[in-house]
Design a protein around this ligand. Structure first.
Ligand code: ADP
Length: 235
């Protein structure tokens, strides 16, 4: 069994006087897993993702990712943690439209202090492997939604993070482009990338993850594993 990459222990988070956004949540994700977090709107999925990404802190409980006690990080430590250990993909891509595709992809490496030549080589390699190298000099706004999400995935992978977090990555895409992005995530996971994806999209959850965690009213109510594609092929 691989080592735990994410370890949440009895995590609770509540905003102001509202009901708990997350209540006593415990979750272990091992290196190499692909996990979908499912649940209705307002159930606590983003809260969970933000706690893992160090964008928010729990009121009680601990969050450990790749050996780092994320719940104890200060602002600078948390930014450094995200740069080196987390790649994030969002529903609306969050690309900078006054930069070229390559410059968007290179940005995390620049912030992490990677040498310019090395960063450029890595960006080229990623754009090629994701099939979007022909758009390297374009502005993201000229690309289709599916292509933009590939650019966002390339940017997320730039610093070789042990963990890729995706928040509704197919939410703004048509069915075909959504399927394409979901295939890409499945391929990355088959190469060993650990992925946690928050989604409403059951097809996405089925096709690119092998474990689904359901949340309702801030509580983890179900945690089910299915067979990985590799296991299916030998059955
Ligand atoms: P989901 O991602 O499943 O839609 P969220 O984690 O965004 O759910 O929200 C869980 C609950 O916490 C909701 O009731 C939401 O209104 C509340 N909440 C989330 N973020 C904030 C915030 N920054 N301030 C106040 N309440 C919040």
């Amino acid at each position: 069994m691989n080592l735990p990459l994410i370890e949440l222990r009895e995590v609770s988070r509540r905003y102001d006087d509202g009901p708990p956004a997350l209540s006593d949540a415990s979750l272990t994700v091992r290196s190499g897993e692909a996990v979908a977090i499912l649940g209705p709107s307002g159930s606590g999925k983003s809260t969970l993702l933000n706690l893992i990404a160090g964008l928010d802190r729990p009121d009680t409980g601990t969050v450990t990712v790749d050996g780092v006690r994320v719940d104890r990080l200060g602002e600078a430590g948390s930014a450094r943690y995200r740069r080196s250990r987390i790649g994030m993909v969002f529903q609306f891509f969050n690309l900078l439209d006054d930069l070229t595709v390559t410059d968007n992809v290179v940005l995390p490496a620049q912030l992490a202090g990677m040498a310019r030549g090395e960063a450029a080589r890595r960006a080229t390699e990623l754009l090629e492997s994701l099939g979007i190298d022909r758009h390297a000099r374009a502005r993201p706004g000229r690309l289709s939604g599916g292509e933009r999400q590939r650019v966002a995935v390339a940017r997320a992978l730039m610093n070789r993070p042990p963990l890729l977090l995706a928040d509704e990555p197919t939410g703004a895409l048509d069915t075909a482009a959504g399927r394409d992005v979901s295939r890409l995530l499945a391929e990355l996971n088959a190469e060993g990338q650990t992925i946690v994806v928050v989604t409403h999209d059951l097809a996405l959850a089925r096709s690119c993850t092998h474990r689904t965690v359901r949340i309702a009213d801030g509580r983890i109510i179900e945690d089910v594993r299915s067979h990985t594609a590799a296991e299916e092929s030998v059955r």
